[in-house]
Design a protein around this ligand. Structure first.
Ligand SMILES: [Zn+2]
Length: 439
C-alpha cells in the first residue's frame, strides 16, 4: 500500500483531514518508524484508542498473543530494556525496546513512555497494543497502557540481561551485551541528522566471529582498542549485513581479560549463506560459471565513486569517469549461486596485470571488453574459495570478496577421477573383465 492509501485509510477511520494525517505519517516514516507503528501512534494522537481491535483487552499469556490481537493485558518479566533515540515530528524521543517473557514465550516490546523498566522486573501491562512486525506480534507500551510492577517472580527458562556472542546477534536485536576485541577502528566525520558529527566505525570480534560496528558517540575505551564490554547495543542492517550499533545509551567498559577472536571463517554452502539474509565474513567454495557485464575496465564517478554508464552518474549526471578494475563473477556450488565482486586489487591478480596493462590491452584491441574476456578465460569453469561479506537484497546475493583463491583441491583432477570411475562402472555393466577395475 502507498503512503497515500494509508493516509486515506486513517483519515476516514478517524474523521480527520487527510493531508494533515499524511504529513504526520510521512514524517514518521522518514524517521524509520514502520508504517504500522506510525499509523498506530497517529490513531492515538487523533484519539482512537481501539488500534483496530475491539472490546476491552483480554488477559493473555505471551505464547498466545497473535498479531490479530488489538490490545492485551499481559504479565511478564523484562529480559532486556534498551534505550534508543528516534526523531518524531522534528524532535528526539527516547524509546525503550527489549523483550518480555513468561513461562509460555518471549515477545519484543517498544515502550513509548519512560516506565523505568529494567531487566528482571516483572510487570503487568494493561491495554498494551499489539502490532505485527515481520509476521510476529510485538507489544507497544504507550500512553494508554497502564503499567504496574509485580512482586511475583516467574519460573523462566529464558536468560535475563541480553548476553550474546557476535554469532548470536541478528538484525533487529535490541539491548544486547557483548564482550569483544576491537579489531579495526577509525574515526570518521559524517553528515548526521544534526549536521557534521564524528563517529567511530570498524570491526569487533569474539570467540564466535567478527562483525562491523558503528559507535555513534565515540567511546574512548573503543578508540583505545579494547577489549571492551558493551551493554545495550542494538543490531541494524547496514549494506546487507548485521552491524553492532553502540549509541549514547550504551555502556562501554574496558575488560581486563583477553578476547580470543575466532580465526576460522565459517564455511557455508551457498544456499545456507544466502538463507541467513546477509553475513559478515563467510567462506564459499564453488565454480565460477560466468563473468557478468560490468567486469574488466569500468568507469567510476569522481564525486561518489559509484560505477557510471556512458559517462553518466545517476546522481551527478555528466562526469569525467575514473578508470577502475572490477569483476562480477557468478559462483555456483550446486546449492545456489552468488555474484562475487572483486575489487581492483583482486581483479588485477586474476587478470595478471595492472590497470595500466588493461588499458594498454584495450587500446591495442580498440575494445575495452577484451579485458573482461581475458578474465573470463582465466576463471570461468574453475573452482574458487572466496571469503568476504555477503549481502542479500531483492536483486540477489552479492559477496564482496576479501580473498579469492583457486581451490586447493584440483577441480580438474577430481573431474578426471570421477569420469574414470564412471567409465569403469560402465565397463562392469558391459560385462568387462572385473580385474580391469583395479588396474
Ligand atoms: Zn556520482
Amino acid at each position: 500500500m502507498e503512503l497515500d492509501d494509508h493516509a486515506e485509510d486513517l483519515a476516514s477511520d478517524l474523521g480527520v483531514d487527510k493531508e494533515e494525517v499524511k504529513s504526520d505519517l510521512q514524517n514518521l516514516v522518514e524517521y524509520s518508524v514502520p508504517v504500522d507503528e506510525a499509523k498506530q501512534s497517529l490513531r492515538r494522537k487523533y484519539g482512537d484508542g481501539s488500534s483496530g481491535g475491539s472490546g476491552s483487552p483480554s488477559s493473555k499469556e505471551i505464547g498466545d498473543i497473535t498479531p490479530d490481537d488489538g490490545n492485551v493485558t499481559v504479565t511478564g518479566t523484562v529480559l532486556t530494556a534498551g534505550k534508543r533515540s528516534i526523531r518524531y515530528q522534528g524532535s528526539d524521543h527516547v524509546i525503550v525496546e527489549g523483550e518480555l517473557a513468561d513461562e509460555t514465550g518471549t515477545i519484543d516490546y517498544t515502550a513509548w513512555e519512560d516506565f523505568g523498566l529494567s531487566p528482571g522486573d516483572t510487570i503487568t501491562a494493561g491495554n498494551a497494543g499489539v502490532r505485527e512486525w515481520d509476521g510476529e506480534p510485538e507489544l507497544n507500551l504507550g500512553e494508554s497502557t497502564s503499567l504496574s510492577f509485580v512482586d511475583e517472580s516467574l519460573q523462566l527458562t529464558q536468560e535475563i540481561g541480553g548476553e550474546a556472542t557476535l554469532a548470536d546477534l541478528q538484525t533487529g536485536d535490541r539491548a544486547r551485551a557483548v564482550e569483544v576485541a576491537v579489531l579495526e577502528c577509525e574515526r570518521r566525520t559524517i553528515d548526521g541528522r544534526d549536521g557534521e558529527t564524528e563517529i567511530l566505525s570498524g570491526v569487533v570480534g569474539d570467540e564466535s566471529g567478527r562483525l562491523p560496528f558503528t559507535n555513534w558517540d565515540p567511546a574512548p575505551e573503543i578508540e583505545d582498542g579494547g577489549p571492551v564490554r558493551i551493554e545495550n547495543a542494538y543490531v541494524q542492517e547496514f549494506r546487507g549485513v548485521p552491524e553492532v550499533n553502540v549509541s549514547e545509551f550504551s555502556t562501554v567498559t574496558e575488560l581486563d581479560r583477553e578476547i580470543e577472536v575466532g580465526a576460522d571463517t565459517t564455511t557455508m554452502a551457498v544456499s545456507e549463506a544466502v538463507a541467513t539474509g546477509g553475513i559478515y565474513d563467510v567462506e564459499l567454495v564453488g565454480n565460477v560459471i560466468a563473468v557478468r557485464d560490468g567486469s574488466g575496465i569500468i568507469q567510476r564517478c569522481p564525486e561518489c565513486y559509484r560505477v557510471i554508464q556512458k559517462g553518466q552518474c545517476r546522481t551527478h549526471g555528466d562526469v569525467d569517469g575514473i578508470d577502475d578494475l572490477r569483476v562480477k563473477a557468478i559462483l555456483d556450488d550446486g546449492t545456489g549461486t552468488v555474484t562475487v565482486v572483486l575489487d581492483d586489487e583482486l581483479t588485477a591478480a586474476v587478470y595478471g596485470g595492472t590497470l595500466d596493462d588493461a588499458l594498454e590491452q584495450a587500446r591495442e584491441a580498440m575494445d575495452q571488453s577484451v579485458v573482461a574476456d581475458t578474465i573470463r578465460e582465466r576463471i570461468v569453469g574453475r573452482e574458487f574459495s572466496v571469503r568476504g561479506h555477503l549481502s542479500v537484497d531483492e536483486y540477489g546475493a552479492n559477496l564482496d570478496a576479501e580473498r579469492f583463491e583457486e581451490s586447493d583441491d584440483d577441480a580438474q583432477a577430481r573431474a578426471r577421477t570421477f569420469l574414470e570411475a564412471v567409465e569403469k562402472v560402465a565397463e562392469i555393466d558391459d560385462g568387462a573383465d572385473a580385474e580391469e577395475v583395479d588396474a
